[in-house]
Write a protein that binds this ligand. Structure first.
Ligand code: NAP
Length: 256
């Protein structure tokens, strides 16, 4: 790792980093000079991403943590601080979908989506912010979605993703005086296991599903995880120190 790299050995935490957008973000942050705590439900499942972080020149720590479990989150942040260093970048990326039309949506569909996205981002941010305020520098990036604007079959997910936007703006207001910024990224269609699962649910081949989606996107392609990782890299950089409380739609158009 080059000493001139923007991360300069600072410690970043990425949740849901075993695969998809989180994995691409972890690797990109390593390239930017950050040490990366690769967090996901299953520690063994983090090994591949941790290996890619190391190949990219970063120190890596694989951490198994359910972001909706308060004691587990406290323990994970304490372990990261002890083994990797105080975390000053947090990317709240872990997510699930439990899609259903409102009349079929179960209590559990609602509660589990709120738990991972909203409670998870809250618990992780509360645990990590003390290291950022101590350092007088920090970055929080929350993964929202174009679904925050409303999406059929996603009453739970769209409410959580809209909630994350309000959460982000409040963190920006509370933490700005400590040199900490908070921003949200709202991706459009990104090709990952999450969108593959949506294709399977509606009975479509994933390639056909992506082609159909691309026709509706102004830049005429679906996104890839690296599209989001690049936006995270900007938001955690020193160049973005005056950008806070914003929601950046990364969707190949104003919304997908
Ligand atoms: P993904 O491929 O499904 O990856 C999500 C990761 O989060 C998985 O590794 C999953 O672990 C992990 N996770 C789930 N629950 C967790 C928990 N309680 N604690 C810790 N980790 C947990 O999803 P993705 O497509 O990369 O999406 C990443 C984020 O972007 C999500 O917040 C998603 O809502 C958002 N987003 C995605 C898109 C898109 O088009 N893909 C669009 C807009 C927003 P398991 O595999 O063990 O379940």
């Amino acid at each position: 790792m080059s000493e001139a790299a923007p991360g300069s050995g600072r410690v970043a935490v990425v949740t849901g980093a075993a695969r998809g957008i989180g994995a691409a973000t972890a690797v990109r942050l390593a390239r930017e000079g950050f040490a990366v705590a690769v967090c996901d439900l299953d520690e063994a499942g983090c090994a591949a991403t941790a290996g890619r972080v190391e190949e990219a020149g970063g120190r890596a720590l694989a951490v198994g943590v359910d972001v909706s479990d308060a004691p587990a989150v406290e323990a994970a942040i304490a372990r990261i601080a002890a083994e990797l260093g105080p975390p000053v970048v947090l990317v709240n990326n872990a997510g699930i979908i439990r899609d259903n039309l409102l009349f079929r949506m179960s209590d559990d569909d609602w509660d589990s989506v709120m738990s991972v996205h909203l409670r998870g981002a809250f618990l992780m941010s509360r645990a990590a912010q003390r290291h950022m305020t101590d350092a007088g520098w920090g970055r929080i990036v929350n993964l929202s979605s174009v679904s925050a604007l409303g999406n059929r079959g996603q009453a739970n997910y769209s409410a959580a993703k809209a909630g994350l936007q309000g959460f982000t703006k409040t963190l920006a207001i509370e933490l700005g005086r400590f040199g900490v910024t908070a921003n949200a990224i709202a991706p459009g269609f990104i090709a990952t296991e999450m969108t593959a699962a949506t294709a399977a649910r509606v009975g479509m081949d994933f390639e056909e599903f992506k082609q159909a989606a691309a026709k509706e996107i102004p830049v005429r392609r679906v996104g890839v995880p690296e599209d989001i990782a690049g936006t995270v890299a900007f938001l955690v950089s020193d160049d973005a120190s005056f950008v806070s409380g914003q929601v950046i739609y990364v969707a190949g158009g104003p919304r997908a």
